[in-house]
Design a protein around this ligand. Structure first.
Ligand SMILES: *Cc1c(COP(=O)(O)O)cnc(C)c1O
Length: 412
């Protein structure tokens, strides 16, 4: 009998979203009359249709594959040049940010990228993770054997948790100790918070002083409305020597089901061996990616590249305007009933303090059973999320307006 990876046994049973699904299912089965009334603002999935420019490009790509002369088999593992060049130019160079096409690796998702990146790092690293946090960063470290067991609060031994609270604007204080890897995500899921250039500069300065690598998740960069806020870690001087950035087409263009993302590894970024030799990171990821991945699908990459055409850009702008309009309505409804509201101004998530005396799951159950609205309990993202809940702005306008009405009715 084969030995299993026992690290998996350390994982906590209820991954957040299955637990939410379980409670929603139990409720709708017990109350079939209310099942149709349930509005889901829980899971962070987009709702609006794929932009026409993306669909058109994918149709055309599929037709190309249907002819002998234009058929394509395996593509480059790192992604097609048409997409890497378009990303480098439109997302970075046109904004004065130094990133070249060969520093971009196309993949089928940031969830996989943020997990897979651990392949190229060793097991003895001191790892810091913000709290609350996107659960993938924690769980993939557990699977990789980078942690001990979880305590009663679900905190894993060996990880350094960096609390994010209203007091620090949900941007963690710089650690007093030296760490090797830090996960940062701005605009943030779940809190909807953003980090300023000055705040990110502090992190870059810390990273350069301590030989730390920053793993920067910019999945929501397109939601930034304030032109002063950085959209990329590479806007910060020095970041090319200490950071990896993760980006995705999921939230910018509704690709959560289509699947396309990318990672940026600057060519000068270094790690070290246990013997102390400095080693470039880019070739390691290149080797990893071309060994374990065979490239994102051609039609999908054509669809992704379409967001950099004038029509695609206009459609993406409209999508984001729609979701950010939803966020503004949700913010207003929660504020009107006297709740403390955070996020939602440069991110599609609104982070709300529960009414006094109610904890996160208590609020979840109350919203589900009394308002038939599914929210996400803050504690599911980490101990520091207790006492908060997340409302996603990914919905139709009609649903959001109805959710706002129900919040005012329930809590007003
Ligand atoms: C949605 C999301 C992603 C994107 O994941 P994909 O696998 O590309 O769909 C990445 N990071 C965070 C924090 C997210 O919320």
């Amino acid at each position: 009998m084969a030995l299993i990876n026992e690290n998996f046994l350390k994982l906590k049973a209820g991954y957040l979203f299955p637990e939410i699904a379980r409670r929603v299912k139990a409720f709708t089965e017990a109350h079939p009359d209310q099942a149709n009334r349930v509005i889901r603002c829980g899971i962070g999935d987009v709702t609006e249709p794929l932009p026409e420019s993306c669909r058109k490009a994918m149709h055309e790509a599929i037709d190309e594959l249907g002819t002998r002369e234009h058929f394509r088999g395996y593509g480059p593992e790192q992604g097609y040049d048409f997409l890497r060049n378009a990303i480098a130019k439109r997302q970075f160079q046109d904004r004065g940010i130094e990133v070249s096409a060969d520093e971009i690796f196309i993949s089928d998702g940031s969830k996989c990228d943020t997990g897979n990146i651990l392949d190229i790092f060793g097991n003895q690293n001191r790892i810091a993770i913000t709290d609350p946090v996107y659960p993938v960063y924690v769980d993939t470290n557990v699977m990789a054997g980078n942690t001990g067991e979880a305590d009663a609060n679900g905190a894993f031994a060996g990880l350094l948790y960096l609390p994010c609270t209203p007091e620090n604007g949900f941007v963690p204080a710089i650690p007093k100790e030296k760490v090797d890897l830090v996960y940062l995500c701005y605009p943030n899921n779940p809190t909807g918070a953003t980090a300023t250039k000055a705040q990110l500069q502090e992190w870059v300065d810390y990273a350069l002083a301590n030989d730390t690598t920053l793993l920067y998740d910019a999945a929501y960069e397109a939601y930034i409305q304030d032109p002063e806020l950085p959209r990329s870690i590479f806007e910060i001087p020095g970041a090319r020597r200490c950071a990896i950035e993760f980006r995705s087409f999921s939230k910018i263009a509704g690709f959560t089901g289509v699947r396309c993302a990318y990672i940026i590894i600057p060519k000068e970024l270094e790690g070290r061996t246990t013997g102390g030799t400095r080693q470039l990171v880019h070739p390691l990821w290149s080797r990893r990616h071309s060994t374990k991945f065979n490239g994102a699908s051609y039609p999908v990459q054509r669809g992704a590249a379409a967001i950099f055409t004038p029509q695609g850009e206009a459609e993406v702008t409209e999508l984001i305007r729609h979701y950010m309009g939803n966020a503004a309505l949700l913010r207003a409804a929660c504020a009107d009933v006297g709740l403390a509201v955070y996020g939602g101004e440069n991110a599609p998530y609104v982070w709300v303090a529960c009414p006094a005396g109610t904890d996160s799951w208590g609020m979840f159950d109350r919203m589900l059973t009394e308002a038939n609205v599914v929210i996400t309990p803050g504690s599911g993202f980490g101990a520091a999320g207790e006492g908060y809940f997340r409302i996603s702005a990914f919905n139709s306008r009609a649903n959001v307006e109805e959710v706002c009405r129900r919040i005012r009715q329930l809590l007003g």
